[in-house]
Design a protein around this ligand. Structure first.
Ligand SMILES: O=C(O)c1cccc(C(=O)CC[C@H]2O[C@@H](n3cnc4c(=O)[nH]cnc43)[C@H](O)[C@@H]2O)c1
Length: 253
């Protein structure tokens, strides 16, 4: 952590921030929010792009497993180098649940949910927690989510992590019935959050909506629009990330 004097008051900001996207196109959309393009830094297992003094932008891979492995590698390398990250941000495009999260809108996760981690039974889906294992939710710091919402104009709610993109109306309805506060789904947030939690680092997830969650129509995904929304969002989010005081964060809040 670095203590900085800013406008006459002391703020404590995270020394470095790791932003994990799934694919390079999302990483580059985040990078466009910063004056410098960033340059690759080779670490064991991962190559984040370092931009400015605060940010490492990592295309961590698609899906929760690869995202967790990549983020864990970056967190470990930073810790061993004596320059640990103070915050991890899972960022990218995502599917939005209508009508609350239309294409082009932004969602900030107040809860990151592993929506398909469990067992299917004759009586329905059981999360792993009901089988006696692990966890299926992570909670980004409330104060950070609130400040991010205010800065970006995004909406706060649950963001589901799935290993299979929803492709039918019935699956979308089932997810929404099980998670009434769900605003978006994507494929990495829970993996990123598990890696961050293992290192005791707070996490945030932001999704720019590229498509509705529902019947599959890949040709209708508005990827360019969502990537542009992600760039705009990061322009507004960066000052919040850099000034957020982690000491206000209690892991149970
Ligand atoms: O083809 C491209 O140009 C391109 C550019 C940027 C991103 C992509 C992706 O395909 C990203 C995959 C990524 O997107 C998330 N995602 C988006 N919509 C959904 C959805 O409806 N359900 C679940 N995940 C979604 C997800 O996190 C993927 O990893 C392509």
């Amino acid at each position: 952590m670095v203590v900085q004097a800013e406008e006459g008051r002391l703020t404590t900001s995270a020394a470095r921030i790791l932003v994990a996207t799934a694919v390079p196109a999302e990483r580059d959309a985040v990078a466009r929010a910063f004056p410098e393009p960033g340059s690759p830094v080779r670490l064991p297992g991962v190559t984040p792009h370092r931009t400015g003094t605060a940010y490492d932008l990592l295309a961590a891979g698609v899906g929760p497993a690869l995202a967790a492995a990549s983020v864990s590698a970056a967190l470990t390398a930073a810790a061993l180098a004596g320059t640990p990250y103070g915050l991890v941000v899972s960022a990218g495009i995502g599917g939005g649940f209508l009508p609350e999260a239309p294409v082009g809108s932004l969602v900030l996760a107040d809860t990151i949910v592993a929506a398909d981690l469990g067992a299917e039974t004759a009586d329905g889906f059981l999360p792993v927690t009901e089988l006696g294992f692990g966890t299926v939710t992570h909670h980004p710091p409330r104060s950070l989510v609130q400040q991010a919402v205010e800065a970006t104009g995004g909406r706060a709610g649950a963001v589901l992590t799935v290993s299979t993109v929803t492709g039918t109306a019935s699956r979308a309805a089932a997810l929404r019935a099980r998670h009434p506060r769900a605003l978006a789904e994507a494929m990495e947030g829970f993996g990123v959050a598990e890696a961050a939690a293992a290192h005791g680092v707070p996490v945030l997830e932001i999704r720019a909506v590229s498509n509705p969650v529902g019947p599959r129509d890949r040709a209708a995904w508005r990827i360019g629009e969502a990537l542009a929304a992600l760039t705009t969002a990061f322009g507004k989010l960066a000052p919040v990330l850099e000034s957020w005081n982690p000491h206000e964060h209690r892991p149970d809040q």
